[in-house]
Design a protein around this ligand. Sequence first.
Ligand code: ADQ
Length: 467
Amino acid sequence: MEQCPMSRLIIISNRVQPPTGEGGGNQGGLAVALSAALRESSGIWFGWSGETVDEFTGKIDFQRNFGVTTATIDLEPQDLDEYYNGYANRTLWPLFHYRIDLAEFESGFAEGYERVNQRFADTLEPLIEGDDLVWVHDYHLFPLGARLREKGIRNRIGFFLHIPWPPYRLLLSLPNHRELVETLLAYDVVGFQTRDALECFHDYVRNELGGTIDGNRVTVGDHSVTAIACPIGIDADNFVEASQSAAARYAHYRMRQSTNGRDMIIGVDRLDYSKGLEERFLGYERYLSSNAGQHGEVFLLQIAPPSRGDVQSYQEIRSSLDALSGRINGAFADVEWVPIRYVNRGYPRDKLAGIYRAAKVGLVTPLRDGMNLVAKEYVAAQDPEDPGVLILSRFAGAAEQLTDALLINPHSPEDICDAIAQALAMPLEERQARWRACMDNVMSQDVVWWRKRFTDALEGAAAAAAA
Ligand code: ADQ
């Protein structure tokens, strides 16, 4: 049993995912890990309920599920438009994923974002006590720490960014970028997924804020913050277990039956333009064009549940993928074989684990990704005796850790095509060696390791400040 954190933990994220069962049920790995930490420290998970009301009241709905207390507030429809669909997902998300062409800069969005962060701070403040550790998550809530400080909160407050941090010059295109970045100085610890993201943050601090970097300490004027790379992992033991569950074995068996001896390539992603799905389909199309002998021998199963459907760029990527998969299937399919099975829905974790295990190749090709947990799940689900091959974009955060995957440039259809050919022909010994190296990392730097690394830094930073 890992040691309990001494202080009560308060976690804040845009949405709250309460546990659905003792073992986590179908909760994602992140929610399972955070729930475990909250349970051990009798903490609280605070965030938006997902519901809207005509007028914001600040009323907090407390619930307790499987030992975890959640506290949620309802927002107004205008908040949803400006803060969530607006600034978070139409301004920050595209810009932080290097898609300045898709980023929309509306002053109304920025105002709504500030308003909601203020609302979070106002409603959260009375819940914070004594030496609670406060841990804020992701790009929806950059300013929350600063707003809490303004209200006199002196507790240790940390921030973890799940998405990439953009290069310095790219960030300059965000109106009020300086104001946004400066709010990070209110935290005791700021965590990034990768060294690359951390270095981009350092560049901004040096060039734009005139700050200095000394090891983990970033100093601007009389403010100092600990900034670390702290890559998130999956709940690896739990996922390995899930991949051997009855549901997974059944899914695996059904999948093998339906593949008819064909090799399966798997892709699993939220339907998002950052995931490189169009480029993936084009890379696979190139593979089909240049490997006629493989027609009927291989297929791509792409699982992509729609997300953020209120945002236009998400509607566009969806119709573009519909067209592209239709075109490729129309060009290559015959009466007994369809090259792409394209599925727009989610699956329970157990079943997903069984499907991963049945796939010879895991194709994970985001154009940019903070980490990408699918890559790690694919590795964890493999049969050690006969593992599949992970093809991974060098622009996913996971590429810093899974260096024995086949690393590719997701913008290049040729790279994807060559990697598929290499993966399908890879001898067993090489597959095992590459998988073992990836698996060692997935197991040792799992989600509990990540959580502990972050909360230890948060406790340590406070000790340093007090010394
Ligand atoms: P996401 O962009 O959502 O997360 P990712 O890390 O791949 O991306 O996590 C997706 C999760 O959803 C995985 O656990 C996956 O199994 C699950 N999922 C996807 N499709 C599914 C389906 N059809 N059915 C069931 N489950 C499905 C953001 C950042 C990432 C970062 C994570 C965590 O964008 O870079 O890794 O947060 O920090």
